[in-house]
Design a protein around this ligand. Structure first.
Ligand SMILES: [Zn+2]
Length: 264
């Protein structure tokens, strides 16, 4: 079974053929976490997961996708109470790539929303689906995000865990995530960029995950096209090659890792 741990099936780019895409996932033995980025898409993720056994919901607020929205923890708590299909909180975190954190209270705004979701995840004993993107040529958002996570970890016992989605951090950053009990997840970029090989090759095999981030970021040989969950197999094949194990073994490892973290 293929496990795409981060995708956006509720995205409007799937409006015309969502049912076909989901049927193709089933045919290709592919399950996925469909991820919300704000209140509306989180509700849609829950609705979609309710309808399909091989789709799980992740609910939360992206740091910069909908900057006008406040994070209302009580609404999310209600949604969690009503639905058994939610497997993680997010995608949440810090994004210093698209938005300058030094611009008018932006750093504080992102931190507040992030910390509210950390608290929610700890309270509900759910993993965090982290979106952390540093500004160009730096590790700044990772440094700050790790600091925030570490401060919550002190009081959370074992209830603070999760994964760094679309991980672009270096080996030093990766090690700090592993020490905190987190996983790192790779999308299709590993199929055409060699920038991530050091982490892929040195990470504990039981802390790696694969994802598509569909409809974005399609792997080779689908590059430039709309991405789909079942294309996660190209990413997993590349991860297998980089680790020197068979594709079949890596498919199984990625599925086991995803099931362990998300409890599906
Ligand atoms: Zn995403």
């Amino acid at each position: 079974m293929l496990y795409d741990t981060h995708t956006h099936l509720t995205h409007e780019k799937f409006n015309a053929d969502r049912d076909d895409i989901i049927a193709l996932m089933r045919e290709n033995e592919c399950c996925a976490n469909t991820v919300g980025v704000d209140w509306e898409s989180s509700q849609a993720a829950v609705a979609l997961a309710w309808e399909h056994e091989h789709i799980y919901a992740v609910i939360g607020q992206h740091p910069v996708d909908n900057r006008a929205e406040q994070f209302d923890q009580s609404s999310y708590r209600k949604l969690l109470a009503e639905s058994a299909s939610v497997v993680a909180i997010g995608e949440c975190g810090l994004d210093f790539y698209w938005v300058d954190p030094d611009e008018g209270g932006e750093r504080e705004r992102q931190r507040d929303i992030f910390e509210a979701q950390i608290e929610l995840a700890i309270r509900k004993q759910l993993p965090l689906m982290l979106h952390i993107r540093p500004s160009k040529g730096t590790m700044d958002a990772y440094e700050e995000g790790l600091e925030i996570l570490a401060s919550h970890a002190q009081t959370a016992d074992d209830a603070l865990f999760g994964t760094a989605h679309f991980f672009v951090g270096d080996w030093a950053i990766a090690k700090r995530f592993f020490e905190l009990g987190f996983y790192v997840s790779y999308p299709g970029i590993v199929t055409f960029s060699r920038e991530f090989d050091e982490v892929v090759q040195n990470a504990p095999l039981d802390r790696l995950l694969a994802e598509t981030d569909a409809p974005y970021a399609a792997p080779e040989p689908m590059r430039g096209k709309r991405n789909e969950p079942r294309y996660v197999r190209y990413t997993i094949a590349k991860l297998a090659e980089l680790r020197g194990i068979s594709e079949e073994e890596m498919v199984g490892q990625m599925y086991d890792n995803g099931r362990r973290l998300f409890g599906v």
